[in-house]
Design a protein. Structure first.
Lengths: 242, 454
């Protein structure tokens, strides 16, 4: 007599990638080349700055190779060109910039850059959701990254998060910076509100990322009532009016 | 009957005369096209109006199997075009002209040959000078050398134009004085070509020919220990057109597959018409390249491309101006503090940049005006409107005053006060006020957005 195995024995006790089993994302832990996407508003510099910070965060110390920054025409018009005196010091003299006319050309330049062994990493900036940047194009980029080991951070300005094969997808916007020690009225070191909404190796999460010159620091996001130590502005009304 | 007779006189002598209208402009245009086409026999050709062409065949004859074969080829091809031609081949343009006009058919001047028997008209002189020589009884070129040279020099001492001075023409003929038509030095261009038995009309065949040409060129360059920086591919079509494709490389290279790949991207819009009968690849700009390189394509699959190859590929598709690198410039004016240079150009020596002031990560190509709200004429506004959104200024650093460069700009340019600001949501910008109130260089100062900070 055949003993039938109950069907429940084949059922998985846990889903294949349970979010609980994956390690939480931490800065400075990424070692392999990665295809990342950063969604950011076009009216601020946070997208490109965050992509640069992530790329340098994963790079080894003493990196000497050039890096590529590809922009399509629309993103160039919206967000401006890279400005050498404002780039982080070690990256300044190694930038190669590509101004592509269309998104197709930008994708071509990104893929050629990823195939180049003499590049440290590739940053791309593409505005909105062009037709040519579909899932197939994203998959091509992911495969090129994995095959040649050159990291890619693609900044999407004012774009919807459509289908993509990127290994990490972030939603980013600027966050108020910490006041510097020497002049509390001045803007401080860059900070961003970063939302990792999809990742292959990590569970989703939200952080305030601060660029501290040499390394990236992640903090838990602000509580909704963050103004514990500050009195909110009185505005244009008598205080007694409440 | 001779040239210059009035039509009425000619008709009176010969009433059944057939008349065809002349078209000098059209003839010249045709001659120009023919000169381009005639470059198939040499890399350099010039017009000799109204009815002549000069082609420099230095170092080319072996491609056709010798000088005689070259002339035969030229005669057949030109006859096929319906042209009646006389050909001459000589070491100088003057001698070749003399042979073509007054020498035997398809004459080739060898070192032991002499041109003494040709008439003095073969010296390309104007009619007045020819008349003088005829009156002097000098009919052949050889007789000019017979007369004492200083006697002739005395007679023509006041004429500087070569066409009026037989001595200058004689020296040009013999190559004693350079003639501006000739290249001053015989720079031998690396040149390879394929003459096709059957005109080709299909892309796959053309790609095959192109690959062969690139391999020939690579071998030729390897022998000279050079790499190409600029390459020209010329394709002779059966209908007489000669499309040319040019290519520049970021670094000297002689990798056949790489060059073929770059060219094939430029051939997509080519119309073969009735077919291509001759393809030629030349390298007008080469640089010494001692190291032997491996195969780009195969290595690229395994280990990735090199930076120079990557830049070549980007430049070939996007245009050379699209791939650039920022270089510092000694200037305080922000938009002038960097310029864009070719990516592999070595960095010039510059004083290190000022590090006292933070600069934005990105600079807008053109500063955009912002509308400020509640501003006192000097000092910082509390709010501003940019691209339709209102920004509340929460923190600011400044002003950093940058004066215009008086040695470069007009006196009416106003100074700028820069502020690094952060708005209520944490967005960091670089804005400036153009001028100060009452500086006598315009009305109320305006505000501009120039940079986006990290």
């Amino acid at each position: 007599m055949t003993v039938l195995t109950p069907l429940s024995a084949f059922a998985r006790t846990k889903p294949l990638h349970s979010p609980a089993s994956l390690p939480r994302w931490q800065p400075g832990r990424t070692t392999h080349a990665l295809h990342g996407e950063v969604f950011a508003p076009a009216g601020e510099g946070s997208g490109a700055a965050m992509a640069l910070a992530m790329a340098t965060d994963a790079a080894q110390a003493g990196e000497e190779r050039a890096w590529l920054w590809v922009q399509d025409e629309r993103s160039l018009k919206l967000g401006g060109r890279p400005y050498r005196p404002g780039l982080p010091g070690p990256l300044r003299d190694r930038l190669i910039h590509v101004a592509a006319k269309s998104a197709e050309d930008a994708l071509f330049a990104l893929e050629e850059g990823l195939r180049c062994r003499d590049l440290a990493f590739v940053i791309g900036e593409i505005a909105a959701n062009p037709r040519s940047l579909n899932f197939t194009a994203a998959r091509r980029l992911s495969l090129a990254v994995e095959r040649h080991g050159v990291p890619l951070w693609l900044v999407r300005l004012d774009a919807q998060s459509d289908l993509s094969s990127a290994r990490q997808r972030w939603q980013v916007r600027a966050a108020p910076s910490r006041p510097p020690h020497w002049n509390a009225a001045a803007p401080g070191a860059p900070a961003w509100q970063a939302d990792l909404f999809r990742a292959r190796a990590h569970p989703p999460g939200k952080w305030i990322l601060r660029d501290e010159g040499t390394r990236l620091r992640a903090e838990p996001p602000h509580q909704p009532s963050h103004s514990v130590d500050l009195v909110s502005a009185a505005g244009d009304r008598p205080l007694a009016a409440g | 009957m001779h040239a210059g007779v009035l039509l009425a006189d000619a008709r009176a002598l010969c009433p059944e005369l057939a008349v065809a209208l002349g078209d000098p402009g059209g003839d010249l245009a045709f001659l120009e096209r023919l000169a381009l086409w005639a470059r198939r026999w040499g890399p350099w050709a010039a017009l000799d109006p109204p009815d002549g062409l000069i082609v420099d065949t230095t170092g080319v004859a072996h491609l056709f199997g010798g000088e005689a074969a070259l002339l035969d080829d030229a005669a057949t091809r030109l006859a096929a075009c319906g042209l009646t031609v006389r050909l001459g081949l000589a070491p100088t343009a003057g001698a070749a002209w003399a042979l073509a006009h007054y020498g035997p058919e398809r004459a080739i001047l060898h070192p032991q040959d002499s041109l003494d028997d040709l008439p003095v008209a073969a010296l390309r002189l104007d009619p007045a000078t020819l008349l003088v020589l005829r009156r002097l009884g000098l009919k052949r070129i050889g007789e000019l050398s017979g007369v004492a040279r200083d006697a002739l020099a005395r007679r023509f001492r006041n004429t500087r134009a070569p066409a009026a001075n037989p001595l200058i023409r004689l020296d040009q003929l013999l190559g004693r004085v350079p003639e501006p038509l000739l290249p001053v030095m015989a720079a031998e261009l690396p040149l390879v070509q394929r003459r096709l038995m059957e005109p080709i009309r299909h892309r796959s065949l053309l790609d095959r020919v192109l690959a062969d040409l690139c391999e020939d060129m690579a071998r030729l360059l390897e022998g000279r220990a050079e790499g190409a920086r600029r390459l020209e591919l010329a394709l002779w079509k059966v209908d007489g057109e000669v499309p040319v494709r040019k290519l520049e490389l970021a670094a000297a290279s002689r990798d056949a597959a790489h060059i073929a790949r770059l060219f094939s991207g430029k051939l997509d819009d080519l119309d073969a018409g009735f077919g291509i009968e001759l393809a030629r690849l030349s390298a007008p700009w080469t640089e010494p390249l001692a190291l032997s390189q491996g195969d780009f394509e195969r290595a690229a699959e395994a280990h990735g491309t090199s930076l120079a190859a990557c830049i070549d590929r980007l430049g070939a598709r996007l245009g050379a101006g699209a791939v650039r690198r920022p270089a510092p410039v000694a200037s305080h004016v922000p938009e002038r503090a960097q310029r864009w240079v070719p990516p592999l150009e070595p960095e010039g020596a510059v004083q290190s940049e000022l590090v006292f002031h933070a600069r934005p990560l990105k600079l807008l190509d053109r500063p955009e005006p912002i509308a400020v709200l509640y501003a006192s004429p000097d000092g910082l506004p509390r709010r501003f409107r940019w691209r339709g959104a209102v920004h509340e200024i929460a923190r600011a650093e400044g002003p950093e005053r940058i004066a215009p460069e008086w040695w470069r700009e007009r006196g009416t340019v106003r100074l700028r006060d820069y502020y690094r600001i952060e708005d209520g949501e944490g967005r960091r910008y670089w804005i400036y006020r153009n001028g100060i109130d009452g500086d006598g260089r315009g009305g109320m100062p305006e505000w501009f957005m120039q940079g986006l900070c990290a």
